[in-house]
Design a protein around this ligand. Structure first.
Ligand code: EPU
Length: 329
């Protein structure tokens, strides 16, 4: 039995926990029959909620290679091991003035998980930077998925589908720009940048880090998994009906017919911000984040999640869904 690392700080174990540092090592583990089902591949454990001990095999990549595969005046292509810490990769891109990843600064987790989850923040999603994803399946066979084969959408990908549970990401290929360009239109980014004498990739990373540190609790201090819920997308008519009642409801258009509503705002309107249910609480600075106040079990967090969802459903008629993966088998 081995403790499973997870940023919620929940005390859970796995029957088997296997790590590998190369594709060959992974193939060997598979060939030796050590990867016994059920199998769960984890990144940094920053987007998982374990409701009970895991009876199967937890796999974790420690592939930490990073190589430039192509480069010209405009762009650089890099092949990055699934086990590289995501923010170390962003820091390297910023240092080398490779543009595109800086808005995704300080997102917890690892490169492999970033491609599974399609991480996103401040107007950028990782799918915008990915060119292909390299994988190995339970037969030890390699397959490379081009980005257009990955079915990317908001916090979703092909790799999250149940039948892909035993397809393991080993490397992710990214393309970054060498031409200076920024995505600045989300929230208060432009305003925050005014604190600095110049707008450049370093100051933008600084601003993103400051915004995140202000709102999102440090998992080392207060266990959490970032946003617990996804922001729901509703038909425009439903939004317009709600807007008649809630005039200041924030929203973002998603195409002509749909509107995304921040779940954090609805949760706050329901009075949950900063409230606790036993040892689990809704964070007092960002209502989308559930936190472990200390000693919470996965079931405690789930009980809070269910109570929050029920309130939002009762007040707004909208179902919100966890973004965090629940592991309950
Ligand atoms: N808001 C509230 N109350 C709150 C927090 C937010 O009313 O307590 C409202 C505000 O109106 C604000 C709006 O919600 O304008 C959006 O808030 P914010 O910019 O903080 O973003 P979010 O929708 O709550 C999403 C991502 C975050 C990402 C930020 C910034 C999801 C599920 N979450 O949060 O991602 O960092 O945008 O881009 O889409 C994560 O996935 O773990 C994560 C932290």
């Amino acid at each position: 039995m081995r403790k499973i690392p997870n940023t919620f700080g929940i005390d859970v174990t796995a029957a088997r926990f296997l790590e590998y540092s190369s594709e060959d090592e992974l193939r060997k583990l598979i060939a030796e029959g050590r990867v016994i089902a059920p199998v769960l591949h984890v990144g940094g454990g920053s987007n998982l909620l374990f409701v009970k001990d895991y009876e199967g095999t937890i796999l974790h990549s420690r592939i930490d290679a990073l190589e430039i595969t192509a480069e010209d005046e405009e762009r650089v292509s890099v092949r990055v091991g699934a086990g590289v810490v995501w923010d170390d990769f962003v820091a390297l891109c910023v240092e080398r003035h490779w543009y595109g990843a800086e808005n995704l600064s300080l997102i917890p987790g690892e490169v492999g998980a970033s491609a599974v989850q399609n991480i996103g923040a401040y107007g950028v999603e990782v799918k915008d930077l990915i060119t292909s994803v390299e994988t190995i399946n339970m037969e030890g066979e390699k397959r490379v998925y081009r980005v257009d084969e990955c079915s990317y959408s908001y916090r979703k990908s092909l790799f999250k589908q149940p039948e892909m549970k035993t397809v393991f990401v080993t490397f992710v290929n990214f393309c970054l720009s060498k031409r200076e360009h920024y995505t600045l239109d989300y929230g208060t980014i432009r305003q925050e940048l005014e604190k600095y004498p110049v707008v450049n990739i370093e100051t933008l990373r600084r601003v993103i880090i400051d915004i995140r540190r202000n709102k999102l609790p440090d998992p080392k201090v207060l266990g959490n998994a970032g946003s617990f819920f996804m922001n729901p997308v509703v038909p425009r008519e439903q939004f317009e009906a709600l807007q008649r009642e809630y005039k200041d409801m924030p929203h973002y258009d998603v195409g002509a017919d749909s509107v995304k509503i921040p779940a954090a705002w609805m949760i706050e309107q329901c009075g949950w911000k900063g409230k606790a249910l036993g040892p689990a609480a809704v964070h007092d600075r960002q209502a989308l984040v559930l936190v472990n106040l200390g000693g919470a079990s996965g079931a405690d967090i789930l009980a809070l999640s269910d109570a929050v969802r029920a309130s939002v459903r009762a007040k707004f008629g909208i179902d919100i869904h966890p973004e965090v993966c629940l592991i309950d088998s």
